[in-house]
Design a protein around this ligand. Structure first.
Ligand code: DX5
Ligand code: ZN
Length: 237
C-alpha cells in the first residue's frame, strides 16, 4: 500500500455511549469521560418505534450543550429522522447519523439538510442490512461523512458483539480508505482487535467504558487497538 493511501485513513475516535452513563448527571459524566480521553460523546436517540426503547431527544442535547464543547455524535434510531434535523441543529448537535433502512426515499434531502445545518452527516445500518445499500450515499455529490456499521441489533446497550458484521466494515475500508467508519455495539478490549483490523476507526463503547473500574484505561486500550491496526494497515491485506 503506498504512503498516500495510508495517509487517507482517518485516525481513531473513541466515542463512549452516554446511554451507559448516569442520565441524572449527564453534565458531570461528560466532563469525566472527556478527562478520561474520549474524543466524542455518542448520544443514542431512540423513539420507541424504530427500536423498542425510548431514550432522549433534542431537549437533552440542548441542555448538555450548555455544559460541554465536545463533539456530540448523535445516533438517531427513529422512524422519521427528517422530522428532527432542525431541532438537533438548534440544540447544538455535532453529528447526525440516521438509519438507511428508513431513509431509502429521502436520504439526499436528509444529507443536504444535515450539512446545511452545519452538522456532519452519518448513515447507519443494522446487522442484517447489506453494505451495498450505503454505497450511493458515500459516492453521492453530497456524500455522508461517516458510515456506522451496527455490530448489535440497535435498541439496547450491553449486548454481545456480532463478528459476522466485520466483512461489511472491511469491504467499506477497502473501497473508501478516507471514510470515517464507526462500529457500535459490544465493543470492548476483548473485541476491539477484530473491529480495528477490519478497518473501523470510530469506536462506540457504552457498557465497556462506563462499567469499567478504570474507564480511562479502557479508552486507551480501544485507541491502541485502532492505532496498531492502522500501523500495519492490516485491513488492506
Ligand atoms: C445500541 C446503541 C449503542 C449502545 C452501545 O442500540 O446504538 O450505542 O449504547 O452499548 P454497548 O457498548 O454497551 O454495546
Ligand atoms: Zn449508538
Amino acid at each position: 500500500m503506498d504512503k498516500n493511501l495510508e495517509m487517507k485513513v482517518p485516525g481513531a475516535k473513541i466515542a463512549p455511549s452516554m446511554l451507559s452513563s448516569d442520565f441524572a448527571n449527564l453534565a458531570s459524566e461528560a466532563k469525566f469521560i472527556q478527562e478520561c480521553g474520549a474524543d466524542w460523546l455518542h448520544m443514542d436517540i431512540m423513539d420507541g418505534h424504530y427500536v423498542p426503547n425510548l431514550t432522549i431527544g433534542a431537549p437533552v442535547i440542548k441542555s448538555l450543550r450548555k455544559h460541554t464543547k465536545m463533539f456530540m455524535d448523535c445516533h438517531l434510531m427513529v422512524t422519521n429522522p427528517m422530522d428532527y434535523v432542525d431541532e438537533f441543529v438548534k440544540a447544538g448537535a455535532s453529528g447526525f447519523t440516521f438509519h438507511v433502512e428508513v431513509s431509502k426515499d429521502n436520504w439526499q434531502e436528509l444529507v443536504h439538510k444535515i450539512k446545511a445545518g452545519g452538522m456532519r452527516a452519518g448513515v447507519a445500518l443494522r446487522p442484517g442490512t447489506p453494505i451495498e445499500e450505503v454505497f450511493p450515499l458515500v459516492e453521492s455529490e453530497e456524500p455522508v461523512d461517516m458510515v456506522l456499521v451496527m455490530t448489535v441489533e440497535p435498541g439496547f446497550g450491553g449486548q454481545s458483539f456480532m463478528p459476522e458484521t466485520m466483512p461489511k466494515v472491511n469491504a467499506l475500508r477497502r473501497k473508501y480508505p478516507h471514510l470515517d467508519i464507526e462500529v457500535d455495539g459490544g465493543l470492548s478490549p476483548a473485541t476491539i482487535k477484530q473491529a480495528a483490523e477490519a478497518g473501523a476507526n470510530c469506536i462506540v463503547a457504552g457498557s465497556a467504558v462506563f462499567g469499567a473500574k478504570d474507564p480511562a484505561q479502557v479508552i486507551t486500550t480501544l485507541r491502541k487497538g485502532v492505532d496498531d491496526a492502522q500501523a500495519s494497515q492490516i485491513f488492506f491485506k
